[in-house]
Design a binder for this molecule. Structure first.
Ligand code: IMP
Ligand code: MG
Length: 175
């Protein structure tokens, strides 16, 4: 982040809360009678995950997976690795992946392929944000919070070089 960069508010905490509520209602409706396993992608999804699950009165379980793809703070290297894997078997489970942002789609599409090979009963994706203008690999998002412009965003768990995850709102970084 250049020294003269500034944060500009993009999505307020109120708007985020409304979107989380809407997504939770969609998920509750679709997973009635099921025991979904939510898999959060670390670290960016942890704040979203914490808010989302508290709106879901379903007998759900939680897992986290850590992937690495970023060469530098802002650009994906395009090579994805599993840095911290799952502790739970997902075979036969109804799996819902929870992502902070789908940008080029490389990370998410790698993860969905990786999980699909483990034969879950169903596999869906919930993403808080996506940047369709940057997409390189097609990714179908079952539950989407916000479409965001082609700008780097931070806050609400999302970082730039590990900073700004603690901001309650989502901001763009303006150079
Ligand atoms: P993708 O593989 O390009 O779709 O990138 C996915 C991951 O890159 C996300 O899960 C984020 O961790 C990170 N990322 C992409 N865009 C942004 C951004 O605007 N701000 C912060 N992290 C981002
Ligand atoms: Mg990140």
């Amino acid at each position: 982040m250049a020294p003269q960069s500034q944060l500009k508010i993009l999505i307020s905490h109120d708007e985020i809360a409304k979107a989380v509520n809407r997504l939770a209602n969609e998920i509750k409706r679709d997973y009635q009678g099921k025991k979904p396993l939510l898999i959060g992608v670390l670290k960016g999804s942890f704040v979203f995950m914490a808010d989302l699950i508290r709106q879901l009165d379903l007998p759900l379980e939680l897992e986290f997976i850590k992937l690495s793809s970023y060469g530098s703070a802002k650009e994906s290297s395009g090579k994805v690795r599993v840095v911290q894997g799952l502790k739970t078997r997902i075979k036969g489970r109804d799996v819902l992946v929870v992502e902070d942002i789908v940008d080029t789609g490389i990370t998410t599409s790698f993860l969905l392929d990786y999980l699909r090979k483990k034969k879950p009963a169903s596999l869906k994706l919930c993403a808080l944000t996506h940047k369709p203008s940057r997409r390189k690999v097609p990714v179908y998002i079952d539950y989407l919070g916000f479409t965001v412009p082609d700008k780097f965003i931070v806050g609400y768990g999302i970082d730039c070089d590990e900073k700004f995850r603690n901001l309650p709102d989502i901001y763009t970084i303006e150079d």
